[in-house]
Design a binder for this molecule. Structure first.
Ligand SMILES: [Zn+2]
Ligand SMILES: [Zn+2]
Length: 277
C-alpha cells in the first residue's frame, strides 16, 4: 500500500455534523465521504420522498370542515400546493445537476416517483462527493421536514420534557423536543432548531427494540394523553388489545408495534393549530 492510499484510509472522516457526541470524529465508509449513519439517513430521506409528497396531497385534498369565524383554508392550502411544487423542483434540479456532472441523461419523467427513483440510483455517487452530499442532505432534510410539518395537521404532538440532542458548532441545542405521532410514524421534532429527528434516542429505556416493559407501555400511553397504570396495561393485554409475551421471571414484555397501533387508534381527534387559531 502506498503512502497516499494509506493516508486516505486513515484520515477520511465523515464530512457531516453529528448531533450526538459531535466532537468524536466518525470514519467515513470506504469510497464515501460520509459515515454509515448519514448514508442511512440519506437513503431514508430519498426513499420517503414520494410518501412525504403524497402526504401533502392528502392534507391538501381534505382540509375538513371549518366552523364559523375560522378563516378559509386558502392560505394553508396555498402553502401545501407551493411546497409540493417546490419539492419537485428541488429534486428535479438535483437530478439535473447529477446528470450534467456525470455526463448522462437526466430523467425525462418529472413526477416525484420517477425523480426520487432516479435520484436514489445515484446516491452512492453523490455520497462520495463532499460538495454534493452536504448540500443534498441539507435540502432533503429541509423539504421533507417542511412537508411533514405541513401534513401534520392530523398528527398528535406530545411535548416531551427532554432536551434536544442536536449540536451546532459543538453547542447543544437548548430546545425541548415533542414527539410527533402520525399513525405508526413516530418522530421527534425540535422547534428551536427546526429539525425532525429519530425518536429512538429520546425513548431509550422505553423502546429498546421490538418489546417493551409494562412501564414502557404506561409511559407511551401517557405521552398519548391516556391515563394508564399497571392494571390498565394488564387489562389491555387480557382483552388482546396489545400483544404480550411472558418471560421466565413472570414479567410480561409487550410488542411495541401492537402498543403503537392500539394507542394510535385510541387517540382523540386533534384540532390543528391553524384551524383552532
Ligand atoms: Zn456522519
Ligand atoms: Zn433543537
Amino acid at each position: 500500500m502506498d503512502l497516499v492510499s494509506r493516508h486516505r484510509i486513515t484520515t477520511v472522516r465523515c464530512v457531516l455534523d453529528h448531533r450526538i457526541d459531535p466532537d468524536r470524529p466518525r470514519q467515513a465508509l470506504p469510497t464515501l465521504v460520509i459515515c454509515g449513519g448519514h448514508r442511512t439517513e440519506l437513503y431514508r430521506l430519498a426513499t420517503d420522498l414520494p410518501r412525504r409528497y403524497d402526504d401533502l396531497d392528502r392534507a391538501h385534498g381534505t382540509p375538513g370542515p371549518r366552523g364559523p369565524g375560522i378563516p378559509t383554508g386558502i392560505p394553508f392550502d396555498d402553502d401545501i400546493a407551493e411546497h409540493r411544487t417546490h419539492m419537485v423542483s428541488v429534486v428535479a434540479s438535483w437530478c439535473g445537476a447529477i446528470a450534467s456532472e456525470r455526463g448522462i441523461t437526466p430523467p425525462a419523467d418529472l413526477h416525484m416517483d420517477a425523480l426520487a427513483a432516479w435520484l436514489y440510483r445515484h446516491l452512492e455517487w453523490v455520497a462520495a462527493r463532499e460538495h454534493m452530499v452536504v448540500a443534498l442532505l441539507g435540502e432533503l432534510r429541509q423539504i421533507s421536514g417542511r412537508a411533514l410539518h405541513l401534513a401534520d395537521i392530523r398528527a398528535r404532538r406530545v411535548p416531551l420534557a427532554a432536551q434536544c440532542l442536536t449540536h451546532t458548532g459543538g453547542t447543544r441545542c437548548t430546545g425541548q423536543v415533542s414527539i410527533v405521532i402520525r399513525g405508526d410514524d413516530w418522530t421527534a421534532h425540535c422547534e428551536t432548531c427546526d429539525t425532525i429527528q429519530d425518536v429512538g434516542p429520546y425513548l431509550r429505556g422505553v423502546r429498546s427494540g421490538k418489546w417493551i416493559t409494562g412501564e414502557g407501555v404506561i409511559m407511551l400511553a401517557r405521552l398519548c394523553g391516556l391515563p394508564c397504570s399497571p392494571d390498565v396495561v394488564r387489562q389491555w393485554h387480557h382483552r388482546r388489545r396489545i400483544t404480550g409475551q411472558r418471560q421466565k421471571d413472570g414479567s410480561v414484555l409487550y410488542s411495541l408495534a401492537s402498543v403503537q397501533a392500539y394507542l394510535t387508534k385510541r387517540q382523540p381527534p386533534i384540532v390543528s393549530k391553524r384551524m383552532a387559531g
